[in-house]
Design a protein around this ligand. Structure first.
Ligand SMILES: Cc1cc2nc3c(=O)[nH]c(=O)nc-3n(C[C@H](O)[C@H](O)[C@H](O)COP(=O)(O)OP(=O)(O)OC[C@H]3O[C@@H](n4cnc5c(N)ncnc54)[C@H](O)[C@@H]3O)c2cc1C
Length: 627
């Protein structure tokens, strides 16, 4: 195992430039009057200005997502049992306080206005320094050009939209059909040698890139021969991929289904595919990005359904062709643009004249989010620590800048993670608390590395690479998408974002799913920015160094979006029973109580934007009709 020194990786050399990149971004962002869009004749070029620097959250680099200052109060409350007595009672009375300014919280504010009138006074409290929850915008500026990338929630899965969500989208000017027409991005399937798999020196003894390599498609013996694992491992892979249907001929379909849904995919590969351990390991992190889970948490049925190989062992349906073509609708900053449209509608003074055609390039006035004169206010860096029903409505206690403060309201909507609600509302009944605790979120990771240009990747002819031995299991080049007013060109020679994504492998001895999720979360929170930085530099040095990429010079900025509480908990075949209607934990967890209703994608046990919106609507209906 050979490690590259920090000096060779440029760990120290780059700090000045990193600060410069960020500083110039802030200056440029500030040069726009709120709501004005960037002067954008070509490539999102902003006009220079003389405005002072200020903190513009989307441009912050370093450790983001759960950033320092965002989670400490919540952890003190939930993990250490801290109490926050004697709040200063503010002279603020609202119709509704919404906890959490993610998609669900903002949608709840929207539906509350529709139900109770545009003049209803609403306060959104959010513990991060930016709004949007997982739907986070990463905004870089380099040489006067704005480069957008995904900080969390990527895209709209429009085919699953309810009629309500479709209507919500049209109310916000979102045309998913038009967006799809502009969707050129294919998660790194556009380059001739993509997808590829990269084997790294530290794990596999040598750096080796295998172009046009996809474990889900039928691999040839020649391709398998190039995988740097044991001879026995390669031989078992060859047998596995070339097998003809032999298995389960004595079983009924129902028996096969029962067997496959009761065994993990890696166990299936071992027991029925005959693979050695080092061959099985190639698959271990393949679903870190999409599911946020280690393969051992996923049943064989679920994996086969996702297109992983194995069905050919017992059925003659044949191998699928590489399915290119992502039908999703997407903005260049992911669903952060949807969030911005919601904020612009709820608080027009924050982003005047912002609409679907310019939302991606507009500048928002963060200083006006908490305007005392506005019907809707959004207060950042405010962690809610307690909510209680009273005779007159609710009291909501939160911590901001070290002070414990209280506001009063007629209603409240909890659009935050469900697992914290028992700590916010200690008087809830035990059954509901238990149901809320059931929902352990999936840790997710999205690290944007702004690189000087894509030349080295272009030489290799790849734009998406799996890295089975590394911390981030996958990376893809994100040149941009021409939606929301953003413009990019395939021919652009300039800075571009390389997205490293996935999750963190849980400790080996974490067996059940929730132990895996919690173990992964702890490991994620223990990693420093330097750990992530060293990791991406090591990967880029080994992968792109031979093509002329200089890690000491060509990395311009790094933004680590860590989401220790990422996807909503979704029920999995190996770990969760089949619940009778109305008895699933999320259905019990989301019941309203008194003047308090519960939203968030957790309430639908489904990690999607449209679910977050539907659940917001249900929460407001609960306030009106009881839930
Ligand atoms: C990396 C990643 C990629 C994803 N990609 C997609 C995708 O492509 N498509 C898709 O549909 N979905 C995707 N999702 C799922 C995503 O979770 C949902 O789409 C949606 O953004 C969830 O919105 P939400 O409002 O329910 O929750 P959140 O976005 O989590 O918002 C809840 C907010 O409440 C805040 N909060 C929590 N506790 C408190 C407190 N005590 N006080 C104040 N505030 C609090 C949180 O910090 C957070 O900001 C992705 C998620 C992740 C993490």
């Amino acid at each position: 195992m050979t490690r590259v020194t920090d000096k060779a990786l440029g760990m120290k050399a780059d700090i000045t430039r990193r600060e410069f990149v960020q500083g110039s971004a802030v200056a440029l962002g500030a040069s726009l009057a709120p709501g004005l869009v960037a002067d954008n004749p070509s490539g999102n070029r902003l006009s220079d200005g003389e405005m002072p620097l200020f903190d513009y959250p989307p441009t912050k680099t370093g450790l983001r997502g759960a950033h320092a200052g965002a989670y400490e109060v919540a952890h003190a409350l939930a993990r250490d049992g801290a109490r926050f007595p004697n709040p200063d009672v503010l002279d603020e009375h609202y119709d509704c306080v919404v906890v959490g300014a993610g998609i669900s919280g903002l949608a709840a504010a929207h539906y509350y206005q529709q139900q109770f009138g545009a003049e209803a006074r609403i306060l959104l409290l959010e513990n991060h320094d930016d709004f949007g929850g997982h739907a986070k915008r990463n905004e870089f500026h380099q040489s006067g050009k704005m480069v957008l990338s995904l900080g969390g929630t990527h895209n709209l899965e429009w085919w699953s939209f309810s009629d309500r969500v479709k209507h919500f989208m049209s109310e916000h000017g979102v045309d998913t059909v038009a967006m799809r027409d502009q969707m050129t991005f294919q998660y790194g399937r556009s380059a001739p040698n993509s997808p590829a798999m990269w084997f790294d020196r530290e794990t596999y003894g040598e750096d080796r890139l295998l172009p046009q390599f996809n474990l889900s498609r039928k691999l040839t013996s020649e391709a398998i021969e190039r995988i740097p694992i044991s001879r026995a491992g390669r031989d078992t892979l060859k047998r596995f991929y070339s097998s003809v249907p032999m298995l389960f001929s004595d079983k009924t379909e129902a028996e096969i289904e029962a067997l496959l849904s009761g065994i993990s995919y890696p166990d299936f590969l071992r027991q029925y595919g005959g693979l050695t351990e080092d061959a099985v390991q190639l698959f271990a992190k393949e679903e870190h990005g999409s599911w946020g889970l280690e393969m051992r948490a996923i049943s064989a049925t679920e994996a086969l359904w996702e297109g992983y190989p194995g069905a050919h062992l017992f059925s003659d349906e044949g191998w699928q062709e590489d399915a290119v073509g992502y039908p999703v609708a997407m903005w260049p900053d992911g669903n952060a643009s949807l969030v911005r449209l919601m904020v612009a509608r709820l608080m027009p003074h924050v982003a005047p004249d912002v609409h679907a055609d310019n939302v991606a390039i507009a500048s928002f006035d963060y200083g006006a989010l908490d305007d005392p004169g506005a019907a809707v206010r959004l207060r950042l860096n405010a962690t809610v620590v307690g909510i209680e029903n009273t005779d007159a409505g609710v009291t909501v206690d939160y911590v901001k800048a070290g002070r414990v403060l209280r506001v009063r309201s007629r209603h409240a909507v909890l659009a935050c993670y469900h697992s914290i609600i028992p700590h916010l509302c200690p008087t809830l009944d035990e059954a509901q608390k238990e149901a809320l605790r059931y929902q352990v979120k999936t840790p997710m990771l999205l690290t944007n590395v702004l690189i000087r240009n894509s030349r080295a990747l272009d030489k290799l002819g790849v734009d998406a690479i799996s890295c089975p031995g590394r911390l981030h299991a996958r990376l893809f080049l994100f040149r941009g998408i021409n939606t929301g007013g953003y413009e990019y060109s395939e021919d652009d020679e300039g800075a571009v974002s390389l997205v490293f994504w996935g999750s963190i492998s849980p400790p080996e001895d974490a067996y059940d799913l929730k132990s895996q999720l919690r173990g992964s979360r702890e490991k994620m929170l223990a990693l420093t920015f330097e750990d992530f930085e060293r990791e991406v530099r090591t990967v880029l040095h080994g992968l792109l160094g031979p093509e002329g990429f200089d890690v000491t010079e060509d990395i311009l900025a790094i933004t680590v979006n860590r989401w220790p509480h990422g996807y909503a908990y979704e029920y999995m075949q190996l770990w969760d029973p089949q619940w009778a209607p109305g008895e699933a934990p999320h259905e019990i967890a989301r019941k309203s109580f008194g003047a308090i209703a519960i939203a968030n994608s957790d309430a639908g046990a489904s990690a999607y934007t449209h679910v977050a919106i539907d659940e917001a609507h249900r929460a407001i209906s609960d306030l009106v009709y009881g839930g």
